[in-house]
Structures are given as C-alpha cells and as structure tokens.
Design a protein around this ligand. Sequence first.
Ligand code: MG
Length: 424
Amino acid sequence: MPPVKRTADDDVYELPVAKKTHPFFTPGVKSPGTFLPSPPTLIHFLHLDPFDRPGSSQVPVVFYDLDGTLIKTRKGGDFPSSRDDWQWWHDTVPSQLKSEWESGKHIIVLSNQGDSREKIRKEWKAKLPLIAAKMPSGVPLRILAALNKFDIYRKPNTGMFDEIVRLYRNQGLEIDMENSVYVGDAAGRAGHQGRKKDHGDSDFKLAINVGIKFLTPEEHFLGKPREHFPNPPNGFRPSKSLSLKLPHVLPTNTPITRTEIEMVLFVGPPASGKTSFFRKHFSSARYEHVNQDLLGTRERCLKVAETFLRTGKSVVIDNTNRNRSTRALWLALSSQLSIPCRVFHFACPLELAIHNNMYRACYAPPGEPSRTLLPLSAFSTYSSAFEKPEKDEGFDEVRTVNLVWEGTDEQRKMWDRYMLEVKR
Ligand SMILES: [Mg+2]
C-alpha cells in the first residue's frame, strides 16, 4: 500500500476522540466527562453529576453559550484551528463558574455548532473533555450542542433548553426561571471599542423565547453596563411582525365550496396553510385532493384530476401554482371539460411561510401530521417566479385567504417564538 500523504492538518485531526471515557492525557487516567446518549443532531456531554448535590426542587441555572462566551480561540481566529486552540474567555471565568456553583446554581452550556465536516466535528467533540479538565475542582459542567444548521435544537430554537427541562423533571426538579440567567455573546451588537460585531443574535432570541433573563459575557463576567443592541431583536416574530386582523377569506359574501362540479386551484408558498385549509373546508364537502408532493409529478396530478372530474367529482389542486404558465395548464384542462375553475390565493408573506415551515416541522402539536423541514430555497424559488393570480387568466373567481391563528394558547406561544437568527 502506498504511504498515506499527510498534511499539517492530519496531526491535528487524527488524535483520538473521546467517546465514553477515554484515556486522554496519560494512559490509564480517565478523561473527565462522558458523552451521554442523545438524538443524532445533538451532543450531550456531562462532567460530574450536579444531581449528586442535594438541594431545593427549584434549581437556578446559569446557562452559557460556549464560543465567545466561556471560551475563545487562543490564536485569535473566529474559528479554532484545533482542539487545543482555546482559552477561557477571560481569566475570571473559572472562578466565576466556581462561585455560581457554590451559590447553588447549576452550570449548563447550550452551543450551536455549524460545521458538518466530520473532522471538524470530531475535533470539536474532543475539546469538551479538555475544557472539563480545566474546570475548577468539583464543579459540574453540562454541555449541549446543536449540530444541524436548521432544526429544533439550533438556537434560537428551544430544543436544547426543552431537553434540559425534561431531564430535570425526570429528576423531580424544575428550573427556577426567576433566578436563572442566560449568558451569550450573540446579541446582535454592532462592533464596539475593539470588540467585533456579534455574528448573530441567537443567544438573545433564545433567552426571549424561553422567558429567561439575558446577559452578555461583558455584563456577566466583567460587570460592564449593557451595550446597545436591537430590542426587540431584528427578524420575524408573529406578534411583532403581523396583523392577524384581516378577514380569513375575501370576498366574504360567497360560499367557500360549491355544489356543482368545479376545479379549485390553490396558489401560495409552501407552509402557507393550503393543506390545512383543504382539510378544514373542502374535505368534508367531498372535494378530491390533488397534491404534487404525494403524486410526484405535475403530469400525474393532471391525469388524476382529469379522472376525478370526468367521474363527476370536484377537485382541489393543492400545489403552489406560482405563475401564469403553470396555472394555464390547469385552465386548459378545466376548459376542455367545460368545468369552472376558481383560485384561492394564500396571501401569506414569505417570512411567515418560512416561520411556519420551522414551526410545523419542529413544534407541531401532537395529532397534526408531521411535516419535513423544507430548505429555504423552496421559498426563494416560489417568490422569484410568483405572479399574482388574476381573474382575466380565465378563472371564475379569485379568492384571497389570509392567515387566521387556530390553536391553543400554549401552541400560540410556541408559534410566536423567534425561529431564525439574523446575521449582522
Ligand atoms: Mg457565541
């Protein structure tokens, strides 16, 4: 076998990686901490068990972000070059962690990790026992890290926090929200006196989403006054960004369904509520559902719809139908069969559709069909080719559907979370 060509990076990345307990420093000496079982897109690392210490059933927690909050790179880069390229964010970090623990608080890190390259991930994982090894003696440290760029665990989504709440409840404990705090550097700050601008605002948004006090590392560790950053943070949140006072369906003076055979075309971005609207209004009126996600191709949709119409059944075409040329195919079919065609246009702002995409994939209430998270490109593709449906295309009627919230107060709270970070 030819010798494997080595690069400088190989030395960095081929070191052993801790799985459970691994002899890290000296053979035979246990490395600090353990990787606990967790879902595939989440890492869960624990160094010493905080539940060993008896205390009240209400536990105050200091939640920390990791990079730029507890630690920073030694070499000054934005990203670490190896597992060893880290140092405490400030000399006072270990003593502060010690005093938080001694004052009765638990210490939990919630971190977003973005790099999907296996080598980088392994290297990052291998750093956690090294951090644990530098913790003040006897102070437990729990670290959760979100690996996917786009899922429920990724801050500002609350999956990691929810996981902690669940874990504590299993121990008969509750997080004491009044006396807990979240410390992070992603607050959406502009650069200031040598400090670079924040890469985003996911830490501040997470704190708002779960309803916990927020501090920057400068406030928490150094006692500095709060710097200015946008509050409320930039970006979409339903209660901040939407008026939900529009009538659900416009015009309001004609019925939604008809008794005579017809074709109904839905027009709207993904995640704008089309399928729910079908289930609520058309399903019980015996309209047939034609959907390209289920049928695969438009040709198949056309064929299936034609069969239904020819056997006397009304159909709803539940696709995005974003432009005139797509809709013309359906109008051609309806006119060929001399069947009227109406449009229901889901006038859902794109930001709301993107938000709902995240909501229904991550927070959908039990009983709702589970939906996969669509990539952002599904929304840009829609909007780039969108042409507003007009009656003169050949439709019998064009109706507008506006979003009306339906669900419990608890679900509404979840829906009203910030779900995406805004980069500065
Ligand atoms: Mg950070």
